[in-house]
Design a protein. Structure first.
Length: 407
């Protein structure tokens, strides 16, 4: 893909937008890839189109030089403002969405099963209140959550240990979409809100977390206002239809694989099951590849390989020579953004740095008199003067190789 700047109608900005929460986003807006409202502009569309072409390469992500966290089905980019929270183990690299992540649960020490005992527990509508009233730890209580399955209106009673939190995503993966049960549905099943347990329920699908069988003698509701049962035990006192991992993981819990402490991280989701989020990938590239002047995109992912510009001369038509070079680069399959504007050199240099193409070619009168043009890699400090006839071989051999095949 080649294009002239005046055709692209790109507009750069000298200052970062006041709504920019990250440097990468600020540079994408300043360089003209995105609007302040995060909508793609023509330059951004060109960048995304190139990423889409590159994504057919099995080594796609490795070509982008991004710090990634992955699992078998998703790819994430750590970012403080990211909207996808994940669990990550630094030791074994286990990575999963927060709502689906697993961790190593700690069972309660074995003890003999004790008989059920109904006790008066006034004003104990929460796990915290119950544990305080009975002077027991929260892990010795059973938490009740009640839903109705949308597909068939089945009443669903969920049993968790009192020190744990339900992941609704895990529940929905197991039984389908649900909604909170109504007061009438709770009563019809034989339960009592605030004092509910699975003991004695009717017409209910009982789903318990898989740590419950290893948690004997739990205090649970008596399905009667103001009362709880001591020493409830699954399978003796009630029969769950499903036992599965239902718990929301959190930072500090032991990893399911290596028992190291887990961490939570905000991220951007870049890919899920071979479906790529190219706009998030563009933002990840900008966050990773920039300096104080602008973007420094890798040659595999930049919208153009070369930023070509001319500086107006007094005795030589530098535009004409630049246009010849533009056509020669096109003929060699090298994508070019030709800055054909009648602008000051400083404006063009600044815009070239902002946009971040891997190579900048400058056609100026002084060097043309010696049959040379100036070539600079975006991430190099020094310019190189190259004879015009050697320019394309030089670019191919020393700057753009080996990624010409991915354009």
């Amino acid at each position: 893909m080649t294009m002239k700047y005046t055709e692209l109608k790109n507009q750069t900005q000298r200052e970062a937008p006041n709504n920019a929460r990250t440097e990468g986003f600020a540079f994408l807006v300043r360089a003209g890839y995105l609007t302040r409202e995060n909508e793609l502009l023509p330059l951004g569309e060109q960048a995304v189109a190139r990423l889409k072409n590159l994504s057919t390469n099995p080594s796609f992500f490795s070509l982008l030089s991004l710090p990634l966290l992955t699992n078998d089905h998703e790819t994430y980019f750590p970012l403080s403002t990211g909207n996808t929270e994940i669990i990550h183990c630094e030791s074994c690299k286990y990575t999963e969405r927060l709502e689906l992540a697993q961790f190593k649960k700690t069972a309660i020490p074995h003890e003999e099963l004790l008989p059920l005992e109904k006790v008066l527990t006034p004003d104990c509508h929460t796990i915290e209140a119950l544990a305080n009233f009975l002077n027991i730890p929260k892990e010795k209580t059973a938490k009740a959550l009640m839903y109705t399955r949308i597909a068939d209106n089945k009443f669903v009673f969920v049993v968790l240990r009192g020190d744990m939190t339900l992941s609704e995503a895990k529940l929905k993966n197991i039984i389908g979409e649900v909604r909170m049960a109504t007061a009438e549905e709770i009563t019809n099943a034989g339960a009592a809100a605030g004092f509910a347990s699975p003991v004695g329920l009717k017409n209910a699908l009982i789903v318990m977390d898989d740590i419950i069988p290893q948690s004997p003698n739990l205090a649970a509701g008596a399905n009667e206002d103001g009362y709880h049962l001591l020493n409830t035990n699954c399978r003796r006192d009630y029969s769950p239809e499903i036992a599965a991992d239902l718990i929301q993981a959190k930072a500090g819990e032991p990893c399911i694989h290596c028992a190291s402490p887990l961490a939570t991280l905000p991220t951007l989701n870049l890919a899920a099951r071979s479906e790529f989020n190219f706009e998030n990938i563009l933002l990840a590239l900008a966050e990773t590849h920039h300096d104080e002047k602008g973007l420094t995109l890798p040659k595999s992912a930049a919208p153009f390989d070369v930023y070509l510009m001319h500086i107006a001369g007094k005795t030589i038509n530098t535009f004409e020579k630049a246009d010849e070079i533009y056509n020669a680069l096109q003929n060699e399959g090298i994508s070019v953004l030709f800055d054909d504007r009648d602008e000051r050199a400083g404006v063009k240099f600044n815009d070239a740095d902002l946009i971040g193409c891997p190579v900048r070619i400058t056609v100026g009168e002084k060097n043309l008199k010696e049959g040379k043009i100036e070539i600079k890699a975006r991430t190099d400090k020094a310019n190189q003067l190259v004879p015009i006839e050697d320019a394309i071989p030089f670019i191919k051999a020393s700057i753009l190789a080996p990624n010409l095949g991915t354009m």
